[in-house]
Design a protein around this ligand. Sequence first.
Ligand code: THG
Length: 279
Amino acid sequence: MKTILTGRTKEVIIDTDGPVIIIGESINPTRRKKLVSSLEAGDFEYVLELARIQINAMADVLDVNVGYPGVDDVKLLPETVQVLQDNFDIPLCLDSPNPKAIEAALMVAKGKCLINSVNGEERSLQALLPLAKEYGAAIIGLVMDDTGITHLPEKRLLIAEKILERAVKMGIKEENVVIDPLAMAVSAETNACLITLETIRLVHQKLGLNITMGASNISFGLPNREILNAAFMALSILNGLTCPIANPEKITATIRATDLILARDEFAIRFVENFQSTL
Ligand code: THG
């Protein structure tokens, strides 16, 4: 299954047969107050720096999240998208719980974006699937619904199936649906990672879709986050994860190593390329 995203001109192919595509997470106000304050002051230097750092660290796509209490993201998300696209050709993942902000961003975005995200709730499906169809965007489907988040992988699969079915009914191509199996803090729930790994395996095996997730979520509240994130990343890729949202500065080396191990990097070209770029 191939999901194609584009920037102004650049095309990125997320392919279930690999290699892994990295969606850079850093344009996100979580623990980055400077991002909100600079953007609200109309200063885009910091967001451009975050983009540059992630692109240098081999991000293929950038997640763009400017949501913060009190922020008008209907105004700020499209402005940020425009500034990013004036400076970089990388495809974007529009990250907001507000469908109005997503629509405003889609209206100004060039190329084909990834919408982050829809979930199995009726309200969410009705607000976002028509936008994906109208703007020809791809969409991330979170496997949660009106009943909340289930701990059962089989039930998470059912929600993925429902989102896919509704998207296809709306005229969205199957390949434009990317599933998020939900990655949650393992410090809060011992089984959290195991449930996610099993959901990835099921979605990969039964639906064959591309799979993303906020991969660094799992290590919240723990020390040595990088090692935990790296171990989980390798296992998730083996099970079918194809386009994680993560910090490329910290995770690219692990991803390139895993791709090489899984025979998705002939002559180790991508592994060596990344090593040279860090010299
Ligand atoms: N699924 C989908 N989208 C998502 C998430 C998901 N978007 C938001 C989030 N979860 C993924 N993005 C982030 C962004 C930053 C961090 C984690 C997830 C993060 N930041 C560091 C911190 O808080 O310590 C900042 C420092 C650093 O760069 O390491 O961890 O699950 N579809």
